[in-house]
Design a protein around this ligand. Sequence first.
Ligand code: ZN
Length: 192
Amino acid sequence: MHSGAPPDEGAGSLAGDADGRVCQEPFGEADVAAMRAALEQAKLAWKLGEVPVGAVVLDGAGKLIGVGFNRTIVDHDPTAHAEIVALRMAAKALGNYRLPEASLYVTLEPCAMCTGAVLHARLSRVVYGARDPKTGACGSVLDVSASPFNHQTVVRAGLLEQECGELLRRFFRERRLSAKRLKAPESGEPQE
Ligand code: ZN
């Protein structure tokens, strides 16, 4: 079982983490650029009516080798989360199901399925934007990334957290509004 330790909010509490999984180095420009690319992917999901989550995978040299956005509805596929779509593309690009040098950037904290896939792919690093208090498995609901698995991936939280979270909040706000409009089409109220 995991320790139940909180994610790396208080840097001090995790200092000296023996397995080196938690890294406190500041994010660099390349990290920000990668998360911006993941945000662009998330916007593509929104265009299709999907919950806007996007991901990209970079190889060890920082080259983009995979992109993906959430497409569970259009693909009729419960596994078609942004991370899985991007990992599949990256693995095909490298011709290997293991990606030990690669990093995944995703706008929302990965769920248990995606965190499991990350560990199976033996990624070196995962960076996510917004926390997911409902299904996040990198510290929020579960901490699969800290499980005593035979591979450890460095996990970093909170890159462009505001932007990543705001995109999701806007999406759900608009969806609620259009659901309301559908329920009361005769109200005649001006619509935004
Ligand atoms: Zn997932």
